[in-house]
Design a protein around this ligand. Structure first.
Ligand code: NAD
Length: 233
């Protein structure tokens, strides 16, 4: 028997308990910066040094971060389910916890990419990327992050996967960043949808919706128990 397909959409909130701050909670400022200044193509063109430094600091903060109970539970659920995590997070805590299928919709903090040829992507070993760091074709490297206003190349994969979900979990996202937030609306009416967030985002009513107003670790502990109680029935 194939394992039931469980799809998770995670956001910055799941990493909050690992000490990585979300940004909506800080009045839309990300570590004191307007997001358009540090996470948009315009920001990059006007001040690449600031953008590189911003992501250097995010990497420095994330490099020693460890997954929390929420990340661990999602990895454990692979014993019973075919789990795919679609994450808006750029940190690598799902992988560190052991999740084997992770789609990074908004890119990855620990990868850099060429500004000339976006197929040239490099794994980073440390936390620093600076002006003068070049790709193999001699062009400046930038963070491999999908910035506001840029295409989300993995969105189609995320849509196809979500359409096949038999269970859908949303955890730690304010559901305001599109197109990721729209995934919830394409899930079939018969599919159980669990939304976990300590400050529940506003969601239009839909069938089989379960709101769990808790932080990630506590909410996922509850949802795991519920899932295993009804597993196979
Ligand atoms: P967001 O900052 O817009 O929203 C965070 C959500 O997490 C809020 O709804 C908040 O109530 C909830 N939250 C706060 N503490 C929580 C906890 N302990 N457990 C569970 N939920 C908690 O985040 P978003 O929706 O992911 O969108 C923000 C964008 O910013 C993403 O595109 C992402 O790429 C980027 N970002 C990433 C990281 C990261 O990689 N860890 C961190 C900050 C921002």
């Amino acid at each position: 028997m194939p394992k039931p397909k469980l799809v998770v959409l995670s956001g910055a909130g799941i990493s909050a308990e690992s000490g990585i701050p979300t940004f909506r909670d800080a009045n839309g400022l990300w570590e004191g910066h307007d997001v358009m200044e540090v996470a948009s193509p315009q920001g990059w063109h006007s001040n690449p040094e600031l953008v590189l430094e911003f992501y250097n600091q995010r990497r420095k903060a994330a490099i020693n971060a460890t997954p929390n109970r929420g990340h661990e539970i999602l990895a454990e659920l692979e014993q019973w389910y075919d789990v795919t995590v679609i994450t808006q997070n750029v940190d690598n805590l799902h992988e560190k916890a052991g999740s084997s299928q992770v789609i990074h919709l908004h890119g990855e903090l620990f990868k850099s990419r060429s500004t000339l040829d976006e197929s040239l992507i490099y794994q980073m070993s440390g936390w620093e990327l600076n002006l003068g760091d070049y790709c193999e074709k001699g062009s400046q490297l930038r963070p491999n992050i999908v910035w506001f206003g840029e295409e989300v190349p993995l969105m189609d994969d995320a849509i196809q996967l979500s359409k096949k979900a038999e269970i859908f979990i949303v955890v730690g996202t304010s559901l305001v960043v599109y197109p990721a937030a729209g995934l919830l609306n394409i899930i079939g009416p018969e599919v159980p949808k669990y939304i976990i967030d300590p400050k529940m985002p506003s969601i239009s009513s839909m069938p089989n919706l379960f709101l769990v107003e808790k932080i990630g670790s506590a909410g996922l502990t509850e949802v795991k128990e519920l899932l295993l109680q009804s597993y196979g029935s």
